[in-house]
Write a protein that binds this ligand. Structure first.
Ligand SMILES: [Zn+2]
Length: 190
């Protein structure tokens, strides 16, 4: 099954507009990093013949409810929300770094989370903080297709924040996300 022409993926870059998301050690706003990575993932998926729906593709306000509504109208095979992480008071020296991928416990998105996570870690060499389940994320709870949320790195870590600010590193993340989605579509949805 090589034809990806009837496949549709929703990409959801986190935050935007008045909501910057996390603010990095070097001042960069999470919303910019998320949008850049999502746009690269879109280009890669479209090059593979996959239709892509973006919840937003410019820096603007968009509520979680609107994001979920766009996703559920799209009739997509899956949705991937793209974020960058920030550690809190439990990590006063801001040492936390690496990639985490989230899905709901016990759902069909676990396979998607596993494969996207594996490809992201492989593409970047970033520390592997694992696939985790979480019921708190709105985009995981309120969307119909298999949904995952990727945390591409810790903006609060000085070194990882510097990497996330580099276009070449962000492209590696995008390659990992896109390769994981394509592998999942081939395996599970063919
Ligand atoms: Zn975020």
């Amino acid at each position: 099954m090589n034809n990806m022409g009837n496949r549709r993926v929703v990409l959801d870059p986190g935050h935007g507009g008045a909501d910057p998301g996390a603010v990095g050690a070097n001042g960069v706003h999470e919303k910019r990093i998320n949008l850049f990575i999502a746009q690269e993932v879109r280009r890669l998926l479209e090059a593979a013949g996959i239709e892509v729906v973006m919840t937003l593709d410019t820096d603007r306000n968009l509520t979680l409810a609107e994001r979920a509504a766009i996703t559920n109208r799209a009739g997509a095979d899956c949705v991937v929300s793209i974020h960058a992480n920030a550690s809190g008071t439990a990590d006063p020296e801001r040492k936390a770094r690496g990639i985490e991928t989230y899905c709901l416990p016990g759902g069909p998105a676990k396979v998607l989370a596993d494969v996207v996570h594996e490809f992201m870690v492989r593409a970047t060499g970033a520390p592997d903080r694992g696939v985790r389940t979480n019921r708190a994320f709105y985009m995981l709870r309120k969307t119909d297709p298999p949904a995952v949320l990727v945390e591409t790195g810790y903006l609060t870590n000085v070194a990882e924040c510097a990497l996330l600010t580099e276009p070449t590193y962000r492209f590696k993340l995008a390659l990992g996300i896109a390769a994981g989605i394509i592998a999942w579509l081939r395996e599970v949805k063919s």
